[in-house]
Design a protein around this ligand. Structure first.
Ligand SMILES: C[S@@+](CC[C@H](N)C(=O)[O-])C[C@H]1O[C@@H](n2cnc3c(N)ncnc32)[C@H](O)[C@@H]1O
Length: 195
Protein backbone atom coordinates (compact mmCIF):
# COMPACT_ATOMS: atom_id res chain seq x y z
CA UNK A 1 0.00 0.00 0.00
CA UNK A 2 2.78 2.49 0.83
CA UNK A 3 3.50 3.38 -2.83
CA UNK A 4 -0.21 3.88 -3.44
CA UNK A 5 -0.47 6.12 -0.38
CA UNK A 6 2.37 8.34 -1.62
CA UNK A 7 0.45 8.83 -4.87
CA UNK A 8 -2.81 9.42 -2.95
CA UNK A 9 -1.12 12.01 -0.72
CA UNK A 10 0.33 13.81 -3.74
CA UNK A 11 -3.18 14.11 -5.17
CA UNK A 12 -4.54 15.51 -1.89
CA UNK A 13 -1.88 18.12 -1.19
CA UNK A 14 -4.33 20.96 -1.73
CA UNK A 15 -7.80 19.92 -0.64
CA UNK A 16 -10.28 21.72 1.62
CA UNK A 17 -11.25 20.41 5.05
CA UNK A 18 -14.28 18.17 5.29
CA UNK A 19 -17.57 20.08 5.87
CA UNK A 20 -18.69 17.49 8.48
CA UNK A 21 -15.88 18.72 10.70
CA UNK A 22 -17.63 22.09 11.03
CA UNK A 23 -20.75 20.31 12.27
CA UNK A 24 -19.05 18.07 14.79
CA UNK A 25 -16.92 20.69 16.52
CA UNK A 26 -20.19 22.34 17.55
CA UNK A 27 -21.26 19.11 19.27
CA UNK A 28 -18.26 19.19 21.62
CA UNK A 29 -19.55 20.10 25.08
CA UNK A 30 -16.31 21.01 26.83
CA UNK A 31 -14.36 24.28 26.46
CA UNK A 32 -11.14 22.24 26.24
CA UNK A 33 -9.96 22.19 22.63
CA UNK A 34 -7.77 19.15 22.13
CA UNK A 35 -8.16 17.04 19.02
CA UNK A 36 -6.70 13.89 17.51
CA UNK A 37 -6.73 13.45 13.72
CA UNK A 38 -6.28 9.72 13.08
CA UNK A 39 -4.91 8.88 9.63
CA UNK A 40 -4.53 12.60 8.97
CA UNK A 41 -3.17 12.35 5.41
CA UNK A 42 -1.78 15.68 4.27
CA UNK A 43 -3.47 17.61 7.06
CA UNK A 44 -6.42 19.57 5.62
CA UNK A 45 -8.65 18.71 8.59
CA UNK A 46 -5.86 19.29 11.13
CA UNK A 47 -5.32 22.73 9.60
CA UNK A 48 -9.00 23.60 10.03
CA UNK A 49 -8.99 22.39 13.63
CA UNK A 50 -5.88 24.42 14.41
CA UNK A 51 -7.52 27.50 12.87
CA UNK A 52 -10.47 26.91 15.22
CA UNK A 53 -8.13 27.02 18.22
CA UNK A 54 -7.65 23.28 18.78
CA UNK A 55 -4.35 21.75 19.82
CA UNK A 56 -4.09 18.84 17.41
CA UNK A 57 -2.20 15.56 17.48
CA UNK A 58 -2.24 14.35 13.87
CA UNK A 59 -0.97 10.86 13.13
CA UNK A 60 -0.56 8.72 10.07
CA UNK A 61 1.32 5.52 9.28
CA UNK A 62 2.71 7.07 6.10
CA UNK A 63 6.05 8.78 6.71
CA UNK A 64 5.59 10.89 3.57
CA UNK A 65 2.22 12.17 4.81
CA UNK A 66 3.78 13.07 8.15
CA UNK A 67 6.69 14.82 6.42
CA UNK A 68 4.18 16.85 4.41
CA UNK A 69 2.27 17.74 7.58
CA UNK A 70 5.45 18.71 9.44
CA UNK A 71 6.36 21.09 6.63
CA UNK A 72 2.80 22.42 6.48
CA UNK A 73 2.63 23.08 10.22
CA UNK A 74 6.26 24.13 10.73
CA UNK A 75 5.19 27.61 11.79
CA UNK A 76 2.30 26.54 13.99
CA UNK A 77 2.81 25.43 17.55
CA UNK A 78 -0.57 23.79 18.00
CA UNK A 79 -0.27 20.85 15.57
CA UNK A 80 1.92 17.88 16.51
CA UNK A 81 2.47 15.42 13.66
CA UNK A 82 3.47 11.88 14.58
CA UNK A 83 4.21 8.79 12.56
CA UNK A 84 2.09 6.04 14.13
CA UNK A 85 -0.25 3.36 12.93
CA UNK A 86 -3.56 2.48 14.54
CA UNK A 87 -1.96 -0.25 16.64
CA UNK A 88 0.89 1.89 18.06
CA UNK A 89 -0.91 5.18 18.74
CA UNK A 90 -0.96 6.35 22.39
CA UNK A 91 -4.41 8.06 22.72
CA UNK A 92 -3.88 11.35 24.58
CA UNK A 93 -7.01 12.73 26.33
CA UNK A 94 -8.97 14.82 23.82
CA UNK A 95 -12.25 16.60 23.28
CA UNK A 96 -12.48 15.58 19.60
CA UNK A 97 -11.30 12.30 18.12
CA UNK A 98 -11.57 12.56 14.35
CA UNK A 99 -10.91 9.62 11.98
CA UNK A 100 -11.94 10.69 8.50
CA UNK A 101 -11.93 7.87 5.93
CA UNK A 102 -8.95 6.23 7.63
CA UNK A 103 -10.30 3.39 9.78
CA UNK A 104 -11.21 1.57 6.56
CA UNK A 105 -7.53 0.54 6.66
CA UNK A 106 -7.40 -0.59 10.29
CA UNK A 107 -7.05 -4.39 10.38
CA UNK A 108 -10.45 -5.84 11.24
CA UNK A 109 -9.13 -7.69 14.30
CA UNK A 110 -7.95 -4.35 15.78
CA UNK A 111 -10.97 -2.21 14.94
CA UNK A 112 -13.06 -2.70 18.09
CA UNK A 113 -10.07 -2.21 20.40
CA UNK A 114 -9.09 0.93 18.52
CA UNK A 115 -12.60 2.43 18.74
CA UNK A 116 -12.89 1.54 22.44
CA UNK A 117 -9.53 3.17 23.21
CA UNK A 118 -10.50 6.27 21.26
CA UNK A 119 -13.82 6.54 23.11
CA UNK A 120 -12.09 6.05 26.46
CA UNK A 121 -9.62 8.84 25.61
CA UNK A 122 -12.48 11.37 25.25
CA UNK A 123 -12.88 14.02 27.92
CA UNK A 124 -16.46 14.37 29.27
CA UNK A 125 -18.47 16.13 26.57
CA UNK A 126 -15.93 15.10 23.95
CA UNK A 127 -16.91 13.78 20.52
CA UNK A 128 -15.67 10.84 18.45
CA UNK A 129 -16.33 10.88 14.70
CA UNK A 130 -15.24 8.17 12.29
CA UNK A 131 -16.09 6.63 8.95
CA UNK A 132 -16.31 2.88 8.51
CA UNK A 133 -16.88 0.71 5.49
CA UNK A 134 -20.08 -1.30 5.32
CA UNK A 135 -20.27 -4.95 4.28
CA UNK A 136 -21.29 -4.26 0.66
CA UNK A 137 -18.33 -2.01 -0.13
CA UNK A 138 -16.19 -3.26 -3.04
CA UNK A 139 -13.03 -3.23 -0.90
CA UNK A 140 -14.46 -5.54 1.75
CA UNK A 141 -13.06 -9.02 1.25
CA UNK A 142 -10.34 -7.84 -1.15
CA UNK A 143 -7.15 -9.83 -0.58
CA UNK A 144 -4.59 -7.14 -1.30
CA UNK A 145 -5.67 -4.64 1.33
CA UNK A 146 -6.00 -4.76 5.08
CA UNK A 147 -9.59 -3.57 5.14
CA UNK A 148 -12.09 -3.41 8.00
CA UNK A 149 -15.83 -2.97 7.97
CA UNK A 150 -18.67 -2.84 10.45
CA UNK A 151 -22.44 -2.63 10.65
CA UNK A 152 -24.83 -0.40 12.57
CA UNK A 153 -25.12 -2.94 15.40
CA UNK A 154 -21.34 -2.68 16.03
CA UNK A 155 -21.62 1.08 16.35
CA UNK A 156 -24.56 0.68 18.76
CA UNK A 157 -22.50 -1.76 20.86
CA UNK A 158 -19.47 0.54 20.95
CA UNK A 159 -21.71 3.44 22.01
CA UNK A 160 -23.45 1.66 24.88
CA UNK A 161 -22.03 3.94 27.59
CA UNK A 162 -22.02 7.01 25.32
CA UNK A 163 -24.49 9.19 23.43
CA UNK A 164 -24.82 8.00 19.85
CA UNK A 165 -25.57 11.31 18.12
CA UNK A 166 -25.61 10.08 14.53
CA UNK A 167 -25.03 7.18 12.17
CA UNK A 168 -25.06 8.22 8.53
CA UNK A 169 -25.11 5.19 6.22
CA UNK A 170 -24.66 5.72 2.49
CA UNK A 171 -24.35 3.46 -0.51
CA UNK A 172 -23.54 4.52 -4.05
CA UNK A 173 -21.44 3.69 -7.09
CA UNK A 174 -18.61 6.16 -7.50
CA UNK A 175 -14.89 6.62 -7.91
CA UNK A 176 -11.90 6.99 -5.63
CA UNK A 177 -9.50 9.94 -5.66
CA UNK A 178 -7.19 7.63 -7.66
CA UNK A 179 -9.90 7.34 -10.34
CA UNK A 180 -10.87 3.73 -9.57
CA UNK A 181 -14.61 2.95 -9.94
CA UNK A 182 -16.15 1.14 -7.01
CA UNK A 183 -19.26 0.63 -4.92
CA UNK A 184 -19.07 2.74 -1.77
CA UNK A 185 -20.89 1.55 1.33
CA UNK A 186 -19.97 3.68 4.33
CA UNK A 187 -21.17 4.43 7.82
CA UNK A 188 -20.22 7.64 9.60
CA UNK A 189 -20.66 7.67 13.37
CA UNK A 190 -20.75 10.63 15.75
CA UNK A 191 -20.56 9.59 19.41
CA UNK A 192 -20.26 11.79 22.52
CA UNK A 193 -19.01 11.00 25.99
CA UNK A 194 -21.58 12.13 28.54
CA UNK A 195 -20.67 15.03 30.87
C1 LIG B 1 -8.28 7.86 2.59
S1 LIG B 1 -6.94 8.56 3.46
C2 LIG B 1 -7.77 9.77 4.46
C3 LIG B 1 -6.88 10.92 4.82
C4 LIG B 1 -7.56 12.04 5.61
N1 LIG B 1 -8.02 11.61 6.89
C5 LIG B 1 -8.72 12.59 4.82
O1 LIG B 1 -9.88 12.46 5.20
O2 LIG B 1 -8.43 13.17 3.76
C6 LIG B 1 -6.50 7.31 4.61
C7 LIG B 1 -5.28 7.67 5.46
O3 LIG B 1 -5.06 6.63 6.41
C8 LIG B 1 -3.67 6.39 6.51
N2 LIG B 1 -3.48 5.01 6.99
C9 LIG B 1 -3.63 3.85 6.30
N3 LIG B 1 -3.38 2.81 7.09
C10 LIG B 1 -3.08 3.32 8.33
C11 LIG B 1 -2.72 2.74 9.58
N4 LIG B 1 -2.65 1.42 9.73
N5 LIG B 1 -2.49 3.55 10.64
C12 LIG B 1 -2.59 4.91 10.49
N6 LIG B 1 -2.91 5.52 9.32
C13 LIG B 1 -3.16 4.73 8.25
C14 LIG B 1 -3.15 6.61 5.08
O4 LIG B 1 -1.77 6.88 5.05
C15 LIG B 1 -4.00 7.79 4.65
O5 LIG B 1 -3.38 9.02 4.95
Amino acid sequence: MSGEWIEYHQKTLVVPHRPLLEEVIHKVQTPIKKAVDAGCGTGADAAYLAAQGFDVVAFDSSQSAINTCRARFAESNNVKCVNHCFSTFYFPPCSLFWASQSLYFCPLENLTTFVQKALTSLLPGGVFTADFLGQRDTWVGSEEKSISFCQQSDIHNWSELYELLQIRETEEDGTTIMGQTKHWHTLTAVIRKPL
